[in-house]
Design a binder for this molecule. Structure first.
Ligand SMILES: N[C@@H](CCC(=O)N[C@@H](CS)C(=O)NCC(=O)O)C(=O)O
Length: 252
Protein backbone atom coordinates (compact mmCIF):
# COMPACT_ATOMS: atom_id res chain seq x y z
CA UNK A 1 0.00 0.00 0.00
CA UNK A 2 1.17 3.52 -0.78
CA UNK A 3 0.98 6.19 1.94
CA UNK A 4 1.54 9.84 1.13
CA UNK A 5 2.53 12.28 3.85
CA UNK A 6 1.56 15.65 2.46
CA UNK A 7 -0.08 19.03 3.02
CA UNK A 8 -3.16 20.33 1.22
CA UNK A 9 -1.58 23.53 -0.12
CA UNK A 10 2.05 22.37 -0.46
CA UNK A 11 3.18 22.83 -4.05
CA UNK A 12 5.64 19.93 -3.68
CA UNK A 13 2.82 17.66 -2.49
CA UNK A 14 0.58 18.74 -5.38
CA UNK A 15 3.00 17.31 -7.99
CA UNK A 16 2.82 13.90 -6.36
CA UNK A 17 -0.97 14.03 -6.07
CA UNK A 18 -1.15 14.76 -9.84
CA UNK A 19 0.98 11.70 -10.64
CA UNK A 20 -0.99 9.41 -8.29
CA UNK A 21 -4.21 10.60 -9.92
CA UNK A 22 -2.89 10.34 -13.50
CA UNK A 23 -1.84 6.77 -12.81
CA UNK A 24 -5.04 6.07 -10.84
CA UNK A 25 -3.05 4.66 -7.91
CA UNK A 26 -4.92 4.28 -4.63
CA UNK A 27 -3.11 5.62 -1.58
CA UNK A 28 -3.57 6.33 2.08
CA UNK A 29 -3.09 9.86 3.18
CA UNK A 30 -1.48 11.49 6.21
CA UNK A 31 -1.91 15.25 6.33
CA UNK A 32 0.65 17.49 8.03
CA UNK A 33 0.03 21.07 9.11
CA UNK A 34 3.09 23.02 8.09
CA UNK A 35 2.03 26.11 10.08
CA UNK A 36 2.07 23.95 13.22
CA UNK A 37 5.52 22.52 12.26
CA UNK A 38 4.26 18.91 12.08
CA UNK A 39 7.06 18.34 9.54
CA UNK A 40 9.65 18.95 12.28
CA UNK A 41 8.13 16.48 14.73
CA UNK A 42 10.83 13.96 15.76
CA UNK A 43 8.68 10.98 14.67
CA UNK A 44 8.25 12.49 11.20
CA UNK A 45 11.95 13.43 10.99
CA UNK A 46 12.78 9.75 11.35
CA UNK A 47 10.86 9.20 8.12
CA UNK A 48 12.04 12.35 6.36
CA UNK A 49 15.15 13.92 7.95
CA UNK A 50 14.75 16.93 5.64
CA UNK A 51 11.68 17.98 7.64
CA UNK A 52 9.54 18.71 4.60
CA UNK A 53 6.59 17.23 2.73
CA UNK A 54 5.94 15.14 0.74
CA UNK A 55 7.15 11.71 1.84
CA UNK A 56 5.98 8.58 0.05
CA UNK A 57 5.96 5.23 1.81
CA UNK A 58 5.47 2.31 -0.54
CA UNK A 59 5.37 -0.93 1.42
CA UNK A 60 8.77 -1.15 3.10
CA UNK A 61 10.29 1.68 1.06
CA UNK A 62 10.45 5.37 1.96
CA UNK A 63 10.94 7.69 -1.00
CA UNK A 64 11.86 11.37 -0.53
CA UNK A 65 11.95 14.43 -2.81
CA UNK A 66 8.82 15.27 -4.78
CA UNK A 67 10.31 15.05 -8.27
CA UNK A 68 12.11 11.81 -7.36
CA UNK A 69 8.81 10.45 -6.02
CA UNK A 70 7.10 11.40 -9.31
CA UNK A 71 9.74 9.53 -11.35
CA UNK A 72 9.66 6.59 -8.94
CA UNK A 73 5.90 6.20 -9.29
CA UNK A 74 6.10 6.41 -13.07
CA UNK A 75 8.86 3.79 -13.23
CA UNK A 76 7.44 1.52 -10.56
CA UNK A 77 3.84 1.36 -11.77
CA UNK A 78 2.74 0.54 -15.33
CA UNK A 79 -0.33 2.00 -17.02
CA UNK A 80 -0.43 5.66 -17.97
CA UNK A 81 3.16 6.53 -18.83
CA UNK A 82 4.34 10.07 -18.02
CA UNK A 83 7.89 9.70 -19.39
CA UNK A 84 8.88 9.60 -23.08
CA UNK A 85 10.24 6.27 -24.38
CA UNK A 86 12.97 7.91 -26.43
CA UNK A 87 16.16 8.43 -24.42
CA UNK A 88 16.86 11.92 -25.83
CA UNK A 89 13.28 13.03 -25.17
CA UNK A 90 13.61 11.64 -21.67
CA UNK A 91 16.73 13.73 -21.13
CA UNK A 92 14.87 16.82 -22.39
CA UNK A 93 12.03 16.11 -19.98
CA UNK A 94 14.49 15.80 -17.09
CA UNK A 95 16.02 19.15 -18.08
CA UNK A 96 12.52 20.65 -17.66
CA UNK A 97 12.25 18.99 -14.28
CA UNK A 98 15.58 20.46 -13.15
CA UNK A 99 14.57 23.88 -14.47
CA UNK A 100 11.32 23.68 -12.49
CA UNK A 101 13.22 22.85 -9.30
CA UNK A 102 15.78 25.63 -9.88
CA UNK A 103 13.57 28.52 -11.00
CA UNK A 104 9.77 28.50 -10.48
CA UNK A 105 9.70 26.25 -7.38
CA UNK A 106 11.87 28.56 -5.20
CA UNK A 107 10.47 31.70 -6.85
CA UNK A 108 6.83 30.96 -6.03
CA UNK A 109 7.61 30.69 -2.31
CA UNK A 110 8.34 34.44 -2.16
CA UNK A 111 4.87 35.73 -3.14
CA UNK A 112 3.28 32.75 -1.33
CA UNK A 113 4.77 33.90 1.96
CA UNK A 114 4.15 37.61 1.49
CA UNK A 115 0.57 37.18 0.35
CA UNK A 116 -0.59 34.23 2.46
CA UNK A 117 1.74 32.51 4.93
CA UNK A 118 3.04 35.30 7.18
CA UNK A 119 0.27 34.60 9.71
CA UNK A 120 2.56 31.77 10.89
CA UNK A 121 4.97 34.35 12.34
CA UNK A 122 2.39 36.66 13.90
CA UNK A 123 3.48 37.95 17.30
CA UNK A 124 7.07 36.75 16.93
CA UNK A 125 9.87 39.22 17.50
CA UNK A 126 13.13 38.96 15.55
CA UNK A 127 14.85 36.66 18.05
CA UNK A 128 11.84 34.33 18.23
CA UNK A 129 11.61 34.27 14.41
CA UNK A 130 15.25 33.23 14.22
CA UNK A 131 15.09 30.65 17.04
CA UNK A 132 11.66 29.13 16.44
CA UNK A 133 11.32 29.42 12.66
CA UNK A 134 14.57 30.06 10.80
CA UNK A 135 17.12 28.03 12.74
CA UNK A 136 14.93 24.95 13.23
CA UNK A 137 14.63 24.24 9.49
CA UNK A 138 16.58 21.37 7.99
CA UNK A 139 16.60 22.11 4.24
CA UNK A 140 14.56 25.36 4.10
CA UNK A 141 16.86 27.42 6.32
CA UNK A 142 18.39 29.38 3.44
CA UNK A 143 14.96 30.59 2.33
CA UNK A 144 14.11 31.76 5.85
CA UNK A 145 17.49 33.49 6.12
CA UNK A 146 16.77 35.32 2.87
CA UNK A 147 13.39 36.39 4.26
CA UNK A 148 15.35 37.44 7.33
CA UNK A 149 12.47 38.79 9.41
CA UNK A 150 8.94 37.80 10.49
CA UNK A 151 7.33 40.45 8.28
CA UNK A 152 8.27 38.74 4.99
CA UNK A 153 10.43 39.14 1.90
CA UNK A 154 11.78 42.50 0.76
CA UNK A 155 10.61 44.33 -2.35
CA UNK A 156 13.87 43.35 -4.06
CA UNK A 157 13.26 39.65 -3.37
CA UNK A 158 9.68 39.91 -4.63
CA UNK A 159 10.83 41.57 -7.84
CA UNK A 160 13.51 38.93 -8.44
CA UNK A 161 10.93 36.18 -7.89
CA UNK A 162 8.38 37.77 -10.23
CA UNK A 163 11.11 38.06 -12.88
CA UNK A 164 11.85 34.35 -12.50
CA UNK A 165 8.17 33.48 -12.84
CA UNK A 166 8.00 35.64 -15.96
CA UNK A 167 11.06 33.80 -17.36
CA UNK A 168 9.35 30.48 -16.63
CA UNK A 169 6.26 31.55 -18.59
CA UNK A 170 8.45 32.76 -21.48
CA UNK A 171 10.22 29.39 -21.56
CA UNK A 172 6.87 27.59 -21.50
CA UNK A 173 5.41 29.80 -24.25
CA UNK A 174 8.34 28.88 -26.53
CA UNK A 175 7.98 25.15 -25.82
CA UNK A 176 4.22 25.23 -26.27
CA UNK A 177 4.61 26.41 -29.88
CA UNK A 178 5.05 22.67 -30.44
CA UNK A 179 2.38 21.74 -27.83
CA UNK A 180 -0.20 20.96 -26.64
CA UNK A 181 2.14 19.91 -23.77
CA UNK A 182 5.63 21.04 -22.85
CA UNK A 183 7.19 17.99 -24.47
CA UNK A 184 4.86 18.12 -27.51
CA UNK A 185 2.09 15.57 -27.98
CA UNK A 186 2.71 13.64 -24.76
CA UNK A 187 1.64 14.86 -21.32
CA UNK A 188 4.72 14.20 -19.16
CA UNK A 189 6.34 14.87 -15.80
CA UNK A 190 7.57 18.17 -17.27
CA UNK A 191 3.97 19.42 -17.21
CA UNK A 192 3.43 17.96 -13.74
CA UNK A 193 6.45 19.74 -12.28
CA UNK A 194 5.46 23.22 -13.40
CA UNK A 195 1.72 23.09 -12.66
CA UNK A 196 2.06 23.91 -8.93
CA UNK A 197 3.85 27.20 -9.61
CA UNK A 198 1.41 28.18 -12.37
CA UNK A 199 -1.64 27.30 -10.30
CA UNK A 200 -0.23 29.13 -7.27
CA UNK A 201 0.31 32.21 -9.45
CA UNK A 202 -3.39 32.11 -10.35
CA UNK A 203 -4.28 31.44 -6.71
CA UNK A 204 -2.30 34.50 -5.57
CA UNK A 205 -3.72 36.78 -8.26
CA UNK A 206 -0.55 36.76 -10.39
CA UNK A 207 -2.04 35.32 -13.60
CA UNK A 208 -1.52 38.70 -15.26
CA UNK A 209 2.13 37.67 -15.65
CA UNK A 210 1.11 35.30 -18.44
CA UNK A 211 -2.23 36.79 -19.51
CA UNK A 212 -0.77 39.70 -21.45
CA UNK A 213 2.34 38.15 -22.96
CA UNK A 214 2.12 34.36 -22.94
CA UNK A 215 -1.28 33.17 -24.22
CA UNK A 216 -0.08 29.62 -24.82
CA UNK A 217 0.58 29.31 -21.09
CA UNK A 218 -3.03 30.28 -20.32
CA UNK A 219 -4.30 27.74 -22.89
CA UNK A 220 -2.00 25.04 -21.40
CA UNK A 221 -3.32 25.83 -17.91
CA UNK A 222 -6.92 25.47 -19.14
CA UNK A 223 -6.08 22.13 -20.75
CA UNK A 224 -4.46 20.98 -17.51
CA UNK A 225 -7.49 22.06 -15.49
CA UNK A 226 -9.68 19.83 -17.72
CA UNK A 227 -7.74 16.69 -16.70
CA UNK A 228 -9.30 14.61 -13.91
CA UNK A 229 -5.92 14.64 -12.09
CA UNK A 230 -6.24 18.41 -11.65
CA UNK A 231 -9.54 18.11 -9.76
CA UNK A 232 -8.12 15.27 -7.66
CA UNK A 233 -5.13 17.43 -6.71
CA UNK A 234 -6.76 20.81 -6.29
CA UNK A 235 -9.82 19.80 -4.25
CA UNK A 236 -11.61 22.47 -2.19
CA UNK A 237 -9.33 23.61 0.63
CA UNK A 238 -6.09 22.89 -1.23
CA UNK A 239 -5.52 26.38 -2.60
CA UNK A 240 -4.37 29.20 -0.35
CA UNK A 241 -7.18 31.57 -1.35
CA UNK A 242 -9.68 28.91 -0.18
CA UNK A 243 -8.77 29.46 3.44
CA UNK A 244 -6.30 32.31 3.91
CA UNK A 245 -6.67 36.03 3.64
CA UNK A 246 -4.44 37.42 0.89
CA UNK A 247 -2.18 40.32 1.86
CA UNK A 248 -0.31 42.84 -0.30
CA UNK A 249 2.60 41.43 -2.28
CA UNK A 250 4.98 44.16 -1.19
CA UNK A 251 5.63 44.73 2.48
CA UNK A 252 8.08 47.62 2.05
N1 LIG B 1 12.98 19.43 -2.44
C1 LIG B 1 11.89 19.06 -1.59
C2 LIG B 1 11.27 20.32 -1.02
C3 LIG B 1 10.07 20.04 -0.16
C4 LIG B 1 9.54 21.30 0.51
O1 LIG B 1 10.19 22.33 0.62
N2 LIG B 1 8.30 21.20 0.96
C5 LIG B 1 7.68 22.33 1.64
C6 LIG B 1 6.23 22.43 1.23
S1 LIG B 1 6.06 22.72 -0.52
C7 LIG B 1 7.73 22.09 3.12
O2 LIG B 1 7.54 20.98 3.59
N3 LIG B 1 7.98 23.15 3.89
C8 LIG B 1 8.01 23.03 5.29
C9 LIG B 1 9.05 23.91 5.92
O3 LIG B 1 9.56 24.79 5.24
O4 LIG B 1 9.33 23.74 7.10
C10 LIG B 1 10.86 18.26 -2.38
O5 LIG B 1 10.64 18.61 -3.56
O6 LIG B 1 10.28 17.30 -1.85
Amino acid sequence: MITLYHAHHSTCSQKVRVVLAEKELPFETVFLELGKKDQLDPAYLKLNPNGVVPTLVDGPDVILESSVICEYLDERYPGVHLTPDDVVERARMRAWMHFAEEVPVPAIRVPSFNRAFLYRFEGLDQAQFEDEQMNVRKVRREMFQRMGKPTGFSRKDVDIALGQLDDTCARMQAALENGPWLMGAQFTLADVLVIPAIDRMADLGLAEIWEAKYPLVGAWYERFQARPSFGATYYPGSRVSDFLELHPLYID
